[in-house]
Design a protein around this ligand. Sequence first.
Ligand code: TXA
Ligand code: MG
Length: 364
Amino acid sequence: MSDSIHVDQAAIAAGAALLEAGTLVAFPTETVYGLGADAENPQAVAAIYAAKGRPQDHPVIVHLAPDADLDYWATEIPQEARQLVKAFWPGPLTLILKRNAHIPDAVSGGQDTVGLRCPSHPVAIALLSAFKGGKGGVAAPSANKFGNVSPTTAQHVRDEFGDMVLSDAEMAEAAHAAAAQQAASAAGLRLGVLDGGSSQVGIESTILDLSRLATHGPVLLRPGHISDQQIADVIGKLPSAPDQAAPRASGTLESHYAPRTPVAMLSTAELANTLSQLEARGRRVALIAWSAPAAAGPCLHLPADPVGYAYGLYAALRTQDQKGCDLIIVEAPPQDSSWLGVNDRLRRAAFGSSGIVEAFLRAK
Ligand code: TXA
Ligand code: MG
């Protein structure tokens, strides 16, 4: 998956120096790009919330280097957590565990848990290994403004944060620790961006809560590339759906990952007819299809398998969002469990727009 990705050591050194100085650094992971800050520097973590426009009480995932010490970050770690780490790290699985007392409140949104993950992208691994000599943790939500579609390329991150992004020259200067200190204090809300190509998985990590294992068993807070069956194969227990008392996960807000253009999902069977009715009413539609033939307006096709579809999904939503259409219509993918992560993200993208197709069809 990652053999061909070039790791620019100078950029990694600059990124690590910026993080150590308390500055934000966006970096590629195999799922989506993250907006990183030193997890043990509450001011730096606060800058993430400010940059994203995200509520302060939402916890962020702490990203660790491959040989990090789990016991430094978490406590009461169940055997199942260690089995899953062995099986899936580095990789797209986040574990929610009881947080160690010295881990700042800022990363956990005041909860008594911490989300930990070791990403597999070579640029992320290089950054995490360089930062504090591999002993630090990088708090990183997806590198998008709150509620927006997650970024899967460095350009998506630049599109989200515009003028806040440090130039290559500013990044290079930051390789010297003193300059990084200066950049951090003088720059206000700025961020460095490391480029690592397109994120291979394309949707956010699977989040599994193991913090209440003894009483509630493993709980799946967010579906992703690693399926509940794969988890069950390792720990012998199938994760259950979240209950009322489960730790909060902002990726589980109903409306999330949404483009500005309204999004509606239609089954393959109803697609052609509805598209022609919308067209007859002068509505411009951008289509994201996987099996249906191309339509009159802007149309993108994603692969008919869940892995390929997830890889292309967020870029497709961004592209179609820029077409200035009245509506993005997504041909609903299959419903079987291998499509769970994809369908979860699509449902959230369409959440705020329910009833819009009907409203357009009723209008003259
Ligand atoms: O793939 C990913 O997980 C990406 C990349 C950058 O690693 N990160 C990501 O972060 O999606 P974010 O902040 O957009 O979503 C993280 C989710 C949120 O829903 C957050 O509430 C949840 O993880 N989370 C983090 N720590 C938690 C905790 N202690 N308890 C419950 N949920 C937690
Ligand atoms: Mg996010």
